[in-house]
Structures are given as structure tokens and as C-alpha cells.
Design a protein around this ligand. Structure first.
Ligand SMILES: [Zn+2]
Length: 119
């Protein structure tokens, strides 16, 4: 299991946070749907499907929402809050697969949350 402590420690504060914590106490880990590495869940962003309409997608695409507080009910997909992992997951259609969704997904709310310009 790789915790990514080697290659990418310097880039941003979140990595420092994780590296600092992993030695002390094991947190529940989740697998990022982008890079497929498992990481402490506090380092990952939870993404859930908005199923307000009895689980039926509105206007064709299921809207995916960021769940930074990890409190929304239902199945969640986990991704590092970075453009790299987000785009990887988009390219692999990993969000829909992780959430057992069929058809297109609308990731704009998640992209917006991450500050990514996503078409
Ligand atoms: Zn990742």
C-alpha cells in the first residue's frame, strides 16, 4: 500500500497533514478514484450523487455533489482534492462506476468546489 509519502510531500499542506498523522494513528482509509491510491479519508474529498428525485436523474445527467463534511447519506466516491486526480477520475468515468450510476454525470459542482474549470 502506497501512502504517497515519497514523491509528493512538498506540494501542498494537505500532504504534510496526512504524513504527520499517519505515523501517529491509523485513520480509516479510502481509495482515490483518480490515482487509485488509498489514503486517509481526511485527505480525500467525498463525492455523492444528488438523488433528490427518487434516485432518478434530472434532465439526463446525475448531478454529483462534493461532500466535504462526509455526512450525506448513500454511497460515496472518494478523490484527492486535486485537479490531477479529478481529471483522471473523469477520464476513467470512475465517479459513475464507484457510485453505481448509469448514464452521464454532471460534475460541475465538484469541479467548482475544487476550483477547476471543467467543461
Ligand atoms: Zn488521487
Amino acid at each position: 500500500m502506497s501512502l504517497g509519502l515519497g514523491a509528493s510531500t512538498a506540494a501542498y499542506a494537505l500532504d504534510w497533514y496526512v504524513a504527520d498523522r499517519t505515523g501517529l494513528r491509523a485513520e480509516p482509509s479510502r481509495t482515490c478514484v483518480g490515482c487509485r491510491r488509498s489514503d486517509s479519508w481526511s485527505a480525500l474529498l467525498r463525492v455523492v450523487a444528488d438523488q433528490t428525485e427518487d434516485g432518478r436523474p434530472t434532465r439526463g445527467a446525475t448531478i454529483l455533489l462534493p461532500d466535504p463534511r462526509r455526512r450525506k447519506p448513500g454511497r460515496g466516491a472518494w478523490v484527492h482534492p486535486t485537479p490531477e486526480c479529478f481529471e483522471l477520475a473523469v477520464r476513467r468515468k470512475a465517479f459513475g462506476r464507484a457510485l453505481h450510476l448509469q448514464g452521464p454525470v454532471d460534475l460541475r459542482p465538484v469541479a467548482q468546489h475544487l476550483g477547476i474549470r471543467h467543461s
